[in-house]
Ligand binder design. Structure first.
Ligand code: TXA
Ligand code: MG
Length: 389
């Protein structure tokens, strides 16, 4: 079954109660466009905010002790760009929803972003750029994707494309995938910030993980006060639902229905977008897009978790100041000698790749604490450790 009234898109957030999961039905193939999405939006908010306390109760939003400044859009581009340059987290309006931006090329900033959102796993992020030329520096376009870009950018469309050679976006932001999600937003404030910054900005919706995406600066403040550096207040956004995501593969796939109706995309493509199978009811459902493509980064080398000692021929992915017995004989990369989970998250995908390239018999991984970003790190490591045929 495809996008029927009952189908739901799964996220990877276990905190997200079923009733507030993003609903494909709202923007389904019945021809629903922005207007009906907006009408439904109100209902979704009602549901979300009534369940909000329950979510909070389950996972209290620990503040990260930051002072969050709020500034109006006028004149915001320069301070926002400076904040991004310093590795800061900046919430800004796009035409779809408010995004929480970080320098896409700075793994540490990206790790902070996951931490600020309280994401339980590293769902890959959308890289936002100011124009097509910048998009072509991070992704490879073919004739078909170029047609979509020219028809709908700037606007509420995200394209998942093969990464360009030398793409500077952090592996953590793309969850180690060979593909990258790219979007040129239409909101003038977003474009000004992107132009002033001059590098790609990853920006998930600026809400705590498990909450509905924010459409005003006040929503952002409600979720992220004390967890991010800056909020650019541009008033309410116009579209109010996230961008439509199209996977530009041999068969173009609708990965997430959103602010741009499917029919308009199909018209430009001259073909139907393939639907994703309905995974409703499966306990082990993966986050929509990566799960669909079964393309989470997986090292070729076997990964052994929670290692207490090293066995012959293994390399070590270490964590913390105290290495395990056998380490002195082995190739060791330490995610964070200081035991800092933010630093560890920033290093995770790069180190896995580096160890994989050295061709050890296996990669042994020391235990990683499960608090804070540790949960996401362990989630990614568990996926990497699943035996493959
Ligand atoms: O409207 C939007 O798209 C907003 C604004 C801020 O631009 N952003 C947004 O980001 O909704 P986020 O992180 O909430 O959703 C990004 C989605 C996720 O479902 C993720 O799985 C998918 O994009 N995604 C990112 N990279 C991908 C990739 N390489 N392959 C497949 N899916 C990908
Ligand atoms: Mg989101």
């Amino acid at each position: 079954m495809g996008y029927g009234r009952s189908s739901r898109i799964r996220t990877c957030d276990p905190l997200l109660p079923k009733q507030v999961r993003y609903r494909a039905a709202l923007y389904s193939d019945v021809g629903a466009g922005i207007a009906s999405a907006l009408a439904n939006r109100k209902k979704l908010y009602k549901e979300e905010y009534s369940s909000r306390h329950a979510i909070r109760g389950a996972a209290p939003a620990m503040k990260l002790g930051l002072k969050t400044a709020m500034i109006p859009v006028d004149g915001a581009a320069q301070p926002a760009a400076r904040c991004l340059e310093d590795g800061g987290l900046v919430a800004f309006p796009t035409e779809t929803v408010y995004g929480l931006g970080a320098d896409a090329t700075n793994s540490r900033a990206v790790a902070r972003l996951y931490e600020a959102k309280g994401r339980p796993s590293f769902n890959p992020l959308i890289a936002h750029v100011s124009d097509l030329q910048a998009a072509r520096q991070i992704a490879r376009f073919d004739e078909r994707s170029l047609r979509l870009a020219e028809a709908f950018w700037p606007g509420p469309l995200t394209l998942v494309l093969p990464k360009a050679a030398g793409c500077p976006v952090s592996d953590l932001a793309t969850a180690g995938l060979e593909t990258i999600a790219v979007r040129i937003p239409a909101h003038p404030a977003a474009r000004d910030i992107l132009r002033a910054f001059g590098k790609p900005v990853v920006a998930p919706s600026a809400n705590l993980s498990g909450h509905v995406s924010p459409t005003t600066a006040t929503h952002v403040l409600g979720d992220l006060d004390g967890r991010i550096d800056l909020i650019v207040d541009g008033g309410p956004v116009s579209v109010g639902v996230e961008s439509t995501i199209v996977g530009c593969f041999a068969t173009p796939l609708l990965l997430r229905p959103g602010g741009l109706p499917r029919e308009e995309i199909e018209q430009v493509l001259g073909e139907k977008l393939a639907r994703i199978p309905d995974d409703d009811g499966k306990a082990d459902a993966q986050p929509l897009a990566p799960g669909m493509l079964a393309s989470h980064y997986a090292p070729r080398t076997t990964v052994r978790l929670n290692a207490a000692t090293l066995e012959g021929g293994e390399a070590l992915l270490a964590f913390g100041p105290h290495l395990i017995p056998g380490s002195d004989q082995a190739i060791v990369m330490n995610l964070s000698e200081a035991g800092d989970l933010v630093e560890a998250a920033a290093n995770l995908f790069g180190y896995l790749r580096d160890l994989d390239a050295k061709g050890p018999r296996a990669i042994a991984v020391m235990p990683i604490p499960h608090d804070g970003l540790g949960e996401a790190i362990n989630d990614r490591l568990q996926r990497a450790a699943i035996p493959r045929s």
